[in-house]
Write a protein that binds this ligand. Structure first.
Ligand SMILES: [Zn+2]
Ligand SMILES: [Zn+2]
Length: 109
């Protein structure tokens, strides 16, 4: 079954590379939603089309209680591939190819 073009059916692996962030940011769109923002783009590892919803709660969860947030207008968030295509060796309940990377969101307000 090949329903999308260019998808790489690489084996599932939890992996990250420095280049992923730039590669994703290059083609991704950030779509404002009522709850946050929806990142829409292609996975830099498997080239699958994916959307990743970011909500305010998610922005804050990685920080331990009492952590000081730097006074900047940007947030670094970790996202992972959620492409709907098949990847061999993927654990049940997981999505995507296992790739993950950080992106920096710039606040607009
Ligand atoms: Zn992927
Ligand atoms: Zn994929």
């Amino acid at each position: 079954m090949t329903t999308s073009t260019g998808h790489q059916g690489v084996p599932y692996e939890e992996i990250t590379e420095d280049a992923y962030s730039d590669a994703f940011a290059h083609g991704a769109r950030a779509i404002p939603t009522r709850r946050g923002v929806l990142l829409d783009g292609g996975c830099p590892r498997c080239a699958g089309q994916m959307s990743y919803p970011l909500v305010d709660k998610v922005f804050r969860s990685p920080l331990p209680p009492g952590a000081q947030v730097p006074a900047t207008n940007s947030k670094v968030v970790a996202i992972l591939c959620t492409c709907p295509e098949d990847h061999p060796a993927r654990p049940d309940g997981e999505r995507g190819c296992g790739a993950y990377w950080n992106i920096t969101l710039s606040a607009t307000t």
